[in-house]
Design a protein around this ligand. Structure first.
Ligand code: UDP
Length: 408
């Protein structure tokens, strides 16, 4: 039978490109021919993933398609500017990719296209119902859904999806586990780290096991200056070591002298820009994670066996937080109970932060959560190796799409 070819069309946001690049590496590791289709300004983000597949039967190929002329260069992705206006323009620009993408499909005839439901959005994240409807429509039109998760993480939901909703679904993750086997692969996922990895590792190694709290709100959530201030005060008051990731443009918004003071006390590191998140979470000195509960971060937390302070802000992060706190019981919740109108993170006092962190890092509740999280970590590692549930699901998927081409 001819080689099975899968084309990936990622959405231009880091929380979407990273897992899709990992997925392409995973597929290539199973002997599939893979092509990542993206714009010229996003192409360099996939270089590392492509290099990882150099010794495979088929190295990941890259195919460039571009927006129609007329869009400003800054429209390229959802990174620094995450405003609704910017997202609307980006979606408008993405629609102009349809024609060149169809030409690629005509020419290359892949067996399967793996794309991102967000590429189907017509407008943006104003309210969840609207978003959910658009996502459901995209799902209805698709042949099936590839999930970056694993059966043992949420067995009831997997069964519900397949047996009640009657959707074809393949749970093949956590994909980060498959593409970050070597330490160097953990360093540069998405962007180059803003901190020297040796400096970061040296700091982590100077701390006792499970004593460090990692704090990050991902790539899209906006944290207000007053909230940044409360987080700083909360972290200072907490009886734990911490690594806190803030965006480059937030440096001037944290209290003056805070970083130097934390460094002098050897209590905290502030990373301004991009953190090597998977490397940090995977270090044995890290025991807790304050997270906005983006699916990737949540899954990376699970995969590393840490307890979490679940602090959802927007979109499906609230569901993910419930999974962490109520279903898996590996974290406590903090912050809003529903999506704030402007998707910003604010309104949580330093006292509330101190209380939540004490629960998650402490020996009473925290250690029990970490035991459960460690069990999930083992299950995740088992799922992705030969014979595991995710490995088998990917085998099923490959068999399915091979047949799909011969039937079409
Ligand atoms: N990430 C990272 N370093 C950072 C910020 C984010 O490596 O400083 C990665 C993180 O490991 C995750 C992704 O970016 O894989 C963020 O995706 P998630 O779904 O958690 O959140 P989003 O940014 O989409 O809200």
């Amino acid at each position: 039978m001819a080689t099975c070819h899968v084309a990936f069309l990622p959405f231009m946001a880091y929380g979407h490109m990273i897992p899709m690049a990992d997925m392409a590496v995973l597929f290539a590791s199973r002997g599939l021919q893979t092509t990542i289709v993206t714009t010229s300004s996003m192409a360099h983000h996939f270089t590392k993933s492509i290099k990882k597949t150099i010794n495979y039967t088929h190295q990941i190929a890259l195919h460039i398609i571009d927006f129609k002329p007329g869009f400003p260069p800054g429209i390229a992705n959802l990174d620094q500017d995450t405003s609704n206006e910017h997202l609307s323009r980006l979606l408008e620009a993405i629609r102009t990719l349809q024609e060149p993408f169809e030409q690629f499909v005509q020419r290359s005839q892949p067996n399967c296209i793996v794309t991102d439901i967000c590429l189907n959005l017509r407008e943006i994240f104003k309210d969840f119902l609207n978003l959910f409807i658009q996502v459901a429509e995209a799902e209805e039109k698709s042949y099936g859904v590839i999930v970056n998760g694993f059966y043992e993480l949420e067995p009831e939901y997997v069964r519900h999806y397949r047996e009640v909703m009657k959707r074809k679904a393949w749970h093949i993750g956590p994909v980060s586990l498959c593409s970050t086997i070597r330490t160097e692969d953990k360093l540069e996922r998405g962007k180059k780290s803003s901190i020297d990895e040796h400096e970061c590792l040296k700091w982590l190694e100077s701390k006792p096991p499970s004593s460090v709290l990692y704090v990050s709100f991902g790539t899209i959530v906006k944290v207000t200056s007053s909230q940044l201030h409360e987080i700083a005060m909360g972290l200072e008051a907490c009886d734990v070591n911490f690594i806190w990731v803030i965006r480059n443009d937030q440096e001037k918004l944290i209290p003056e002298g805070f970083e130097a003071k934390m460094q002098a006390k050897n209590k905290g590191l502030v990373i301004k820009g991009w953190a090597p998140q998977v490397m940090i979470l995977g270090h044995e000195s890290v025991g807790g994670f304050v997270t906005h509960c983006g699916w990737n971060s949540m899954l990376e937390g699970v995969t590393c066996g840490v307890a979490m302070v679940a602090w959802p802000v927007m979109a499906e992060q609230f569901y993910n937080a419930k999974l962490v706190t109520d279903v898996l019981r590996i974290g406590v919740s903090i912050g809003y109970v529903e999506w704030s109108a402007d998707s910003t993170c604010e309104g949580v006092s330093r006292e509330a932060i101190v209380r939540a962190v004490a629960r998650v890092m402490g020996p009473e509740e925290g250690d029990k959560m970490r035991v459960r999280a460690q069990e999930l970590k083992e299950k995740a590692n088992t799922a992705v190796v030969k014979g595991g549930s995710s490995y088998k699901d990917l085998t099923t998927f490959i068999e399915d799409i091979k047949g799909f081409k011969s039937e079409s």
